[in-house]
Design a protein around this ligand. Structure first.
Ligand code: DSN
Length: 428
């Protein structure tokens, strides 16, 4: 590779990161390992081209080829999610959500989304995020057992009359009942946004119900369970007006409103290398093997949850239906921050996470969040999950015992050695 001779410092860092990934268990549920074909597209000449606008309607010349790339990405997204319209240009998930707000709301309008500490996302109305400062954000929480509380969501909606209701979570281990959100949105006349960033791959693989014909607008990142490059898409139903002109904020106009919000509203030139890589990832996700992958993610998550429960750990909601789980460590007197740090030292990467009604702060909460998409991409199965659950439990129960930590570290290395990651890639 050229970089190995032209920039040794970065080449060495990339190699170091590759080895860290190879020798560790990547269990952050929002992370994944893309195919080499996705890496090829992402590192391609697509990055060189400016193409502000949309296929056939650009502000630059020379866009005939990037038009074809973007159209293919759009067609594949429409097919994968069964929607009429896909905008594949958002730079990532937060800008995609910002575009939805910009398209459908005026500053000061009320939005109802999940509290970050109960599995929401910053862009769903966190006070220090644009969504909580430019808009009047109201947050719903959950029941004591961690399940969504539709009585609370409905009564907040009736009381605050939001213009936008958001469902979709970064730390919710159960199936989401999209129709219940739809009914509440209809009762109060709100738009309904489903943010499926975490579960997009499970939806394509039919392991989670789809909101794509239920919600008014759907946002997703492309790099989580979907296993594509860092990027995002906004999906909706209906047609874009031609020309893409200013239109009233009605449901029928959502595709046009979204396209106008992305450009000229918020963004400049699309990242064509990312668009190409999204198209590659979508073609992979449309293959029958991807269904097996999605199924295995969930089987692995259930096996991991069972193993941790068998070892005496407590999980929020008592388990999982999807790709992730939250372990509540309060009964072990170990904080999420300490668990994250100590697991990191032995090669298991997770992130600290609040549990419902956490008595500790979000910076040092009571739980950790774990998921199986990346391990499943490496080929791991239920037996591996059983072992990993045991290793995690042993570590958190013996957090101050360096001998035990060393033993577990060796076991992690033995396991990861069995699953080579990108064996054909070397940066230095
Ligand atoms: N940062 C992502 C996650 O880890 O869930 C959400 O955007």
């Amino acid at each position: 590779m050229n970089i190995s001779t032209t920039d040794k410092e970065i080449a060495n860092y990339l190699q170091e990161e590759l080895e860290r990934s190879q020798n560790g268990l990547e269990m952050i549920p929002s992370e994944n390992f893309v195919s080499e074909a996705v890496l090829d597209a992402l590192g391609s000449i697509g990055t060189n081209k400016y193409s502000e606008g949309y296929p056939g309607k650009r502000y630059y010349g020379g866009c005939q080829v990037v038009d074809k790339i973007e159209l293919l990405a759009i067609e594949r997204a429409k097919q994968a999610f069964n929607v009429d319209h896909a905008n594949v240009q958002p730079y990532s998930g937060s800008p995609a959500n910002l575009a939805v707000y910009y398209a459908l709301l005026d500053p000061g309008d009320t939005v109802l989304g999940a509290n970050l500490s109960f599995g929401g996302h910053m862009t769903h109305g966190l006070k220090v995020n644009f969504s909580g400062t430019l808009y009047n954000a109201v947050n719903y929480t959950a029941k004591k057992d961690g399940y969504l509380d539709f009585n609370e969501i409905r009564s907040l909606a009736l009381k605050h009359k939001p213009k936008l209701i958001i469902a979709g979570f970064t730390a919710y281990p159960r199936i989401i009942d999209w129709q219940k959100f739809r009914d509440i949105a209809d009762e109060v006349g709100a738009f309904f946004l489903a943010d499926i960033a975490h579960i997009a791959g499970l939806i394509i693989g039919e392991e989670h119900p789809s909101p794509c014909r239920i919600a008014d607008v759907i946002t997703t990142t492309t790099h989580k369970t979907l296993r594509g490059p860092r990027g995002a898409m906004i999906l909706s139903n209906g047609k874009v007006s031609n020309p893409i002109k200013k239109v009233p904020r009605t449901k029928e106009n959502i595709p046009t409103l979204i396209d106008r919000a992305i450009i000229p509203g918020l963004q400049g030139g699309p990242h064509n290398h990312t668009t190409a890589a999204i198209a590659v990832a979508l073609s992979e996700a449309l293959k029958p093997e991807f269904k097996n992958y999605a199924k295995q993610i969930v089987l692995n998550a259930k096996a991991l949850a069972k193993s941790m429960i068998d070892e005496g750990l407590e999980l929020v909601t008592g388990g999982t239906d999807n790709h992730l789980m939250i372990a509540d460590l309060s009964n072990l007197n170990v904080s999420g921050k300490d668990a994250e740090h100590n697991l990191d030292e032995i090669g298991i990467t997770v992130n600290k996470n609040t549990v419902p009604f956490d008595s500790r702060s979000p910076f040092d909460p009571s739980g950790i969040r774990l998921g199986t998409p990346a391990l499943t991409s490496r080929g791991m199965k239920e037996d591996d999950m059983k072992l990993i659950g045991q290793l995690i439990a042993r570590l958190v129960k013996n957090i101050n015992d360096n001998n035990i930590k060393e033993e577990i570290k060796k076991q992690v290395l033995e396991l990861t050695n069995k699953y080579p990651l990108y064996p054909g890639i070397k940066y230095n």
